[in-house]
Design a protein around this ligand. Structure first.
Ligand code: RI2
Length: 300
């Protein structure tokens, strides 16, 4: 995998999902570190090339902190005090691979923890296409529980189609609904499971556009709203007052602009859900109230 191709995979959303883009970037860094060895004229030039690769991948998508957290741990490896290109390569490859291993294990643990909140006969709503949010659903199904899932379409890129297909392929009972039907169905729902692109120090969730409306409807109906988030999706920078940048993608994702001359189109792809609408954050370190996000951010 060429680094430029990996960056384009992420930018274009051929690879999407906060955890997946972080793993894709980490894998690309491991491959790149190996490929660059042959042309490295000095440790300094090798280090500079790797630092440039980190910057290229960091610039692909601005919102999901998983990408930044993964790449910054690799950046620290790039900056480490070593004596040779060989040593630096080994350190970068090891750090990149370790992130991917940790990430996949975290999703599995979240599955095991979250599954305990899914019961026979439940109706679960989910939004977008989150591996972390699907993990508890699959784990509960694998444990023999039978329940129904409603997956939102997730305009404009329809990632909900993937969720519906993946869960149905796993054997689950799945219904696809349009995003605007969420509140219509909420009185029949037992729990909502969503993923996270970023969790702020105060417990605010940044996730796919529309998430906050689902949380509001769940709150109105006293339906538990669970956020499945690996700890590398928590943002240390928000502790220092940094704001999360909400990605605005191309307006043509909504509709061909030529079909609506004179009409402005806006396409923000994430929104903010306040902690008061979140029942719990399900992390690989345990199920915690959103107010405890601060503790995880401090540990990071
Ligand atoms: P996992 C996605 O963002 C969705 O917002 C999803 O909820 C979140 O990443 C987490 O996904 P996008 O890349 O890491 O589709 O749980 O814009 O797979």
């Amino acid at each position: 995998m060429q680094l430029v191709d990996a960056a384009e995979d992420i930018r274009s959303m051929r690879v999407h999902g906060a955890g997946r883009i972080a793993r894709h970037a980490a894998e690309a860094m491991a491959t790149h570190a190996q490929a660059l060895v042959a042309e490295a004229s000095s440790l300094e030039s090798y280090r500079n090339a790797l630092a440039e690769a980190v910057r290229t991948l960091l610039a692909t998508r601005p919102t999901a902190v998983s990408l930044g957290n993964a790449l910054r741990s690799i950046e620290r490896a790039v900056e480490s005090d070593v004596d040779s290109v060989k040593e630096l390569k080994a350190h970068v490859v090891e750090t990149s691979n370790a992130f991917c291993t940790l990430s996949l294990a975290a999703v599995e643990t979240i599955g095991a923890i979250g599954a305990k909140r899914i019961h026979d006969g439940d109706r679960i709503q989910t939004h977008c296409n989150s591996k972390a949010a699907m993990a508890p659903l699959k784990a509960a199904f694998d444990a023999g529980r039978r329940f129904a899932v409603q997956a939102t379409e997730t305009r404009p890129k329809h990632q909900g189609y993937k969720t519906a297909a993946e869960l149905a392929g796993h054997g689950l009972d799945v219904t696809l609904i349009v995003d605007s039907a969420v509140r219509f169905f909420m009185s029949t729902i037992d729990a909502v499971f969503v993923g996270a692109d970023t969790v702020c120090a105060d417990g605010t969730l940044v996730n796919k556009i529309g998430t906050s409306q689902i949380a509001l409807a769940a709150h109105e109906h006293n339906v538990p709203f669970y956020v499945c988030a690996e700890s590398y999706k928590f943002s240390p920078r928000t502790l220092h007052g940094d704001e999360v940048t909400i990605e605005e993608r191309d307006r043509s994702e909504i509709i061909d602009p030529d079909r609506l001359p004179g009409v402005r189109l806006q396409n923000p792809v994430f929104d903010f859900t306040p902690p008061r609408y979140i029942t719990a954050l399900i992390t690989e370190r345990g199920m915690i109230p959103p107010q405890a996000a601060y503790d995880i951010v401090r540990e990071l």
